[in-house]
Design a protein around this ligand. Structure first.
Ligand SMILES: Cc1cc2nc3c(=O)[nH]c(=O)nc-3n(C[C@H](O)[C@H](O)[C@H](O)COP(=O)(O)OP(=O)(O)OC[C@H]3O[C@@H](n4cnc5c(N)ncnc54)[C@H](O)[C@@H]3O)c2cc1C
Length: 384
């Protein structure tokens, strides 16, 4: 067993940190922290991270992707500011789904723009009536000659308002067990009739969580992705990769809170000494550090399992649930260490707290992740 990063992994991590400091953070700092970034800035950022292979880490080099190991991708991912990390993940996982579900002709059409980051993309699956249970979707695609007509309403589409391309998950039939089967279709908002609006949320506010309404939205049948079988399976496969990545985003937010709390505890004096010297403050700091390290290790472990081709469902679910729960609590503790300062806008901790709060919802809520782990332990599904 080896708990150290390899020399190559250290270099990957260092160059990611350098890229964020030099090319990403200055762009983010040029815009308000509580408003979504303009599309031109998103293009600039995607161009930067494309050079590190982040637009297609899960697609093999032989197919034009960067074929990163998931663990190496995770090391870069945790260096990115959280909302941008989620946006990058939405882009590259959409590319991975499109790649897996498309014909060679469709790949030739869609992949180059996705690989370079010139095409901004998102996956539209969740709906007002269906989130945790994608088999309950109602968005329909009907075929009339050369045209597919999409009708439905999607919610919480990451990158939605800046997307050039949406992979829209629709129902297309019923399987032998009577469950809806799913299929994806590419809708290009600049060309097709789709109404998109941003949804205001408590955190990750420079991102673009959106609603997309498709009303008799006409798309050429060539945009139907039908090569990968049931699109629900590809959702599950890709969610397993996303979960530890989200865990790392939670750990990275908490690391920032921890650093601020330690600094404050050393400077702030009460009862005649730095508060860092009081035992209960030390307990809070110890709990925060434990949350960060345990979240990181579990997330790395889950990503490494994926790289080794092992069955990772339970561990990936465990990593995300543990990270988002403990890190939300840990950031709250960091605020407590700062006392009255901790709850001010000025201190910067409240934004970390609002951001981490967002992470226990996507790619499986805490409850759904518990049930996935429970199913791995018992062999019994307790979802329905
Ligand atoms: C930052 C962010 C990014 C997102 N990005 C995307 C995206 O790009 N594309 C997209 O399509 N969606 C996206 N989503 C939406 C996300 O996938 C859904 O919000 C999520 O799947 C939960 O669905 P829901 O909100 O409808 O909640 P519901 O499924 O309605 O769940 C509500 C509550 O009931 C609980 N619950 C549900 N079923 C069970 C059960 N069987 N047992 C116990 N408890 C249960 C849940 O845990 C939850 O607490 C994103 C959300 C966020 C916050």
């Amino acid at each position: 067993m080896e708990f150290q990063l390899t020399e190559e992994q250290r270099l990957i991590q260092a160059s990611a940190i350098d890229m964020v400091r030099r090319d990403i953070q200055p762009v983010l700092d040029a815009y308000p922290a509580d408003q979504s970034l303009p599309k031109a800035a998103m293009h600039e950022l995607f161009k930067t991270v494309a050079e590190m292979g982040l637009m297609a880490p899960r697609i093999p080099i032989s197919a034009g992707g960067s074929g990163l190991k998931m663990l190496d991708y995770g090391l870069i991912f945790e260096a990115l500011p959280a909302w941008f990390a989620i946006s990058v993940m939405a882009q590259e996982v959409t590319a991975a789904r499109i790649f897996a579900e498309s014909t060679p002709e469709q790949q030739a059409r869609f992949m180059p723009g996705l690989f370079s980051g010139k095409t901004i993309a998102g996956t539209a699956t969740s709906e007002p009536g269906a989130g945790s249970d994608p088999r309950g979707l109602t968005t329909k695609m009907e075929i009339h000659g050369d045209t597919a007509v999409v009708n439905g309403r999607k919610l919480w589409v990451s990158n939605g308002s800046v997307a050039d391309m949406l992979a829209v998950t629709c129902i297309n039939g019923v399987d032998a067990k009577g469950r809806n089967t799913l299929m994806r279709i590419i809708v290009e908002p600049g060309i097709a009739n789709v109404a998109i609006r941003e949804i205001e949320t408590v955190g990750l506010q420079q991102g673009h969580l959106s609603e997309a309404v498709f009303e008799d939205c006409e798309v050429p049948v060539e945009n139907i992705l039908s090569s990968g079988g049931d699109a629900a399976r590809m959702l599950t496969v890709t969610w397993n990769g996303n979960r530890p990545l989200v865990g790392l985003a939670a750990a990275a937010l908490t690391q920032k809170a921890f650093d601020l709390a330690v600094e404050h505890a050393g400077l702030r004096h009460q009862f005649g000494k730095p508060i860092a010297g009081h035992q209960l403050v030390q307990r809070n700091l110890a709990d925060i550090e434990t949350a960060i390290l345990s979240s990181r290790l579990l997330s790395y472990y889950a990503l490494d399992m994926i790289d080794r081709g092992e069955r990772e469902n339970g561990i990936a679910a465990m990593a995300k649930r543990h990270a988002t729960k403990t890190c939300e609590n840990a950031i709250s503790l960091a605020m407590q260490v700062q006392g009255g300062m901790g709850i001010t806008r000025e201190a910067g901790l409240e934004q970390l707290w609002r951001d981490v709060r967002m992470l226990s919802v996507p790619d499986g809520t805490d409850d759904i992740l518990t049930l996935i782990q429970g199913r791995e332990i018992t062999g019994l599904a307790a979802f329905r």
